[in-house]
Design a protein around this ligand. Structure first.
Ligand code: PRX
Length: 657
């Protein structure tokens, strides 16, 4: 019986449209011949070293790679500073007065920060941290809206060797607290609030709640963004502006070892506890620098816009480190794409003359739904390249993007990568690759990706598990305080020199990769990674819930939506489930938002007396998916209690009817 993945791939492979790089684009592209692949493959260490020479070092490295699987050290013995590479070296030269950041707030306020100004701000903030006793290796948590102070704070940390950890502003107080405690952070940087869809996200209030039980936090630095009322704890809380006005703009950068940590970023895995992915200095910087340069074909005159929130890895690598290391001009936008109107993105592109746009399929699908009249109101002719990231892009959305946003003239780069990989791994090179809608095409030069079967046998043409079979510079080094999980999750499926990303994929006869989504219990909801177990634990934490099972189901806009099946405890069951349970349904939803954040709220929630399990007690997730998607039921012969399914199915039909 064909699986869902098989059906998807069959549909994708029927996709015969091909798009060669436009001649005019290829003629000016930084890379325009496929020879780079062969060259990089012949000696990948030499290939990466070539890029590394374009960075600024305080001490040269002795050895490109020291690989003792699964431990890699890149640019051994080298010393450098990430903030120097992203800021100082541009501020010193002809880019000094070039805009590094063009920022626009949701209410329409604007700021432009040149490289020279950025250097002053970053240095001042680095001195602020020092004055508060932050030292190399200390952790600083950043829980901030999309405002320039966020990259300034990140680079300020990097300047003195403090490890930053950005927590996405959509996470709840509890999630923030858990992350702060896992890191043992000394300082929390936040803002009074941020604008989102005309409302204020009360970041200071949430931070106050989070800090009720965070013994390591000494200070909370607060940026005044919205000017709203906030409560204040004297001695702990301090305004950003007050600290900055006294700080010196001269802060000599710390000499960091290539392998010194740069940041921790949490991401969901298959257990209830998120993983603190650790990235280090040289390899990460180099990987994001090189991929920004080649995949986005960055030129000095570009206005580059990656729409991701910096709270996710895409923002770290492709709003901050990669483009700034290239001396690019980056647009940064605070708010929602439909505020005040559904043309906000197109308006931003027109007014700021954006040339490169990097966004997510979920956004593209929402734009498709809103209709072409919104982009058609604006002149988008400044665009020359489009990118996609975060989840598989369906060919229909790809074509729409290419046609209505790119005007048929811009190459589209569908880029596959992860928090763990740090940098883009599978992607077209826009001046070289013939693209096919729905395919991320090929591994970036120097990267080796393969399809393996369960036993680690290579699949030349066909489907299986995606594997990365050679180390790459921006690879994660470990999971913060859980090295065992690092080895087990990523390097133990096959041999310990082969990285397991957790994605299914297929390779066609031309060697193109077609990514199929996660094969583990991780969902990709509107481009955000959420573990089914995380949501299950949040549900079970509610006093009325006895058991919960969560599955990802297909969704037209979000890609994956969250469906939850909940068994209530005997006592509280009376009255609630029987009356349709809508009160409890919203209570449970609110509980998940409180435990994790609004992004993890179930889209569909079913109450059930039992869950379909195999005779060995394993929850049959495939069946739950079938039920939640209202499909004809699959094979139920292994089911312990077939009655469960019919009762669930009738509930589903009631709800839909
Ligand atoms: O399943 C893949 C999917 O997103 C996962 C990584 O999520 P995260 O660490 O949050 O990083 C997202 C931004 C890089 C992957 O395991 N994914 C990401 N990009 C693509 C993708 N799936 C298909 N095509 C992509 N271009």
């Amino acid at each position: 019986m064909p699986t869902r993945a098989d059906e998807t791939i069959e549909a994708l492979l029927l996709e015969k449209r091909r798009f060669k790089p436009p001649k005019s684009f290829a003629a000016r592209a930084s890379v325009s011949t496929s020879g780079v692949y062969r060259k990089a493959d012949r000696d990948f260490e030499k290939f990466w070293a070539g890029f590394a020479k374009e960075l600024e070092w305080m001490k040269p490295w002795r050895k490109v790679l020291d690989w003792k699987p699964p431990r890699a050290k890149w640019f051994v013995g080298g010393k450098l500073n990430a903030s120097v590479n992203c800021v100082d070296r541009h501020a010193r030269g002809p880019r000094a007065n070039k805009a590094a950041l063009i920022w626009e707030g949701e209410p329409g306020d604007q700021r432009t920060i040149t490289y020279r100004e950025l250097l002053r701000e970053v240095s001042k903030f680095a001195n602020v941290l020092k004055s508060l006793g932050v030292k190399k290796g200390d952790r600083v948590t950043l829980y901030m809206p999309m405002i320039p102070e966020l990259p300034i704070a990140m680079l300020g940390c990097a300047r003195i060797g403090a490890i930053h950890s950005v927590v996405f502003g959509g996470f709840s107080a509890e999630s923030l607290r858990d992350r702060i405690n896992d890191q043992g952070a000394k300082i929390l940087v936040t803002a009074d609030g941020g604008w989102r869809r005309g409302n204020v996200v009360p970041l200071k209030k949430i931070s106050d709640e989070a800090l009720t039980d965070t013994p390591t936090i000494e200070r909370m630095i607060v940026v005044k963004r919205t000017g709203g009322e906030v409560s204040w704890r004297a001695g702990r809380d301090v305004w950003w502006s007050e600290l900055m006005c006294d700080a010196s703009a001269n802060c000599p950068p710390e000499k960091m070892d290539s392998e010194d940590p740069l940041y921790i970023l949490y991401t969901s895995g298959t257990t209830g506890k998120p993983k603190g992915i650790l990235h280090t200095t040289a390899g990460y910087l180099l990987g994001t620098y090189a991929t920004s340069k080649w995949v986005f074909d960055l030129k000095d005159e570009d206005v580059y816009w990656c729409t991701a929130d910096i709270g996710w890895v895409t923002g770290h690598s492709y709003v901050v480190y990669g483009p700034l290391a290239n001396g690019a001009t980056c647009l940064m936008y605070e708010g929602a794409p439909d505020t005040p109107g559904r043309d906000r993105f197109w308006d931003l592109i027109e007014r700021h003359g954006v040339t490169i746009l990097y966004t997510a399929p979920t956004a593209i699908r929402a734009f498709m739904k809103w209709g072409t009249e919104w982009p058609e109101k604006h002149d988008l002719s400044s665009l020359r390249l489009l990118g996609s990231v975060g989840e598989p892009i369906n060919p229909e959305a790809w074509i729409w993007y290419q046609k209505f946003i790119g005007g048929g003239r811009c190459p589209v780069v569908d880029t596959w990568w992860q928090t763990e990989t740090g940098m883009i791994m599978i992607t077209p090179l826009p001046g070289v690759t013939t693209t096919r809608p729905g395919s991320a095409t090929q591994a970036f030069p120097g990267v080796r990706a393969e399809i393996l079967d369960q036993n680690g046998r290579k699949v030349e043409v066909g489907g299986g598990y995606l594997a990365i079979t050679r180390p790459w510079p921006a690879m994660l080094r470990t999971i913060w305080r859980d090295d065992e999980r690092y080895v087990k999750t990523y390097w133990s499926k096959w041999n310990k020199d082969t990285y397991f990303p957790g994605d299914g994929a297929k390779r066609d006869k031309d060697g193109y990769f077609w990514l199929l989504g996660r094969v583990d219990d991780v969902m990709n909801v509107a481009g955000h990674r959420i573990g089914t177990m995380e949501v299950e634990s949040a549900l079970v934490d509610h006093p009325a819930v006895a058991e919960a099972a969560v599955v990802g189901v297909n969704d037209e806009i979000k890609g994956t939506a969250i469906a939850a099946f909940v068994i209530l405890k005997e006592k509280s069951q009376t009255g609630t489930a029987a009356t349709g349970g809508n009160g409890l349904r919203s209570e449970l939803s609110a509980h998940v938002a409180k435990k994790i954040g609004a992004i993890a709220k179930p889209d569909r929630l079913f109450f059930t007396a039992d869950l379909p399990k195999t005779r060995s007690g394993k929850i049959m997730r495939r069946l739950l998916r079938d039920i939640a998607e209202g499909r004809v039921l699959g094979d139920t012969t292994t089911l312990a209690d077939p009655a469960v399914v019919s009762s669930l199915k009738s509930q589903y039909e009631d709800k839909e009817g």
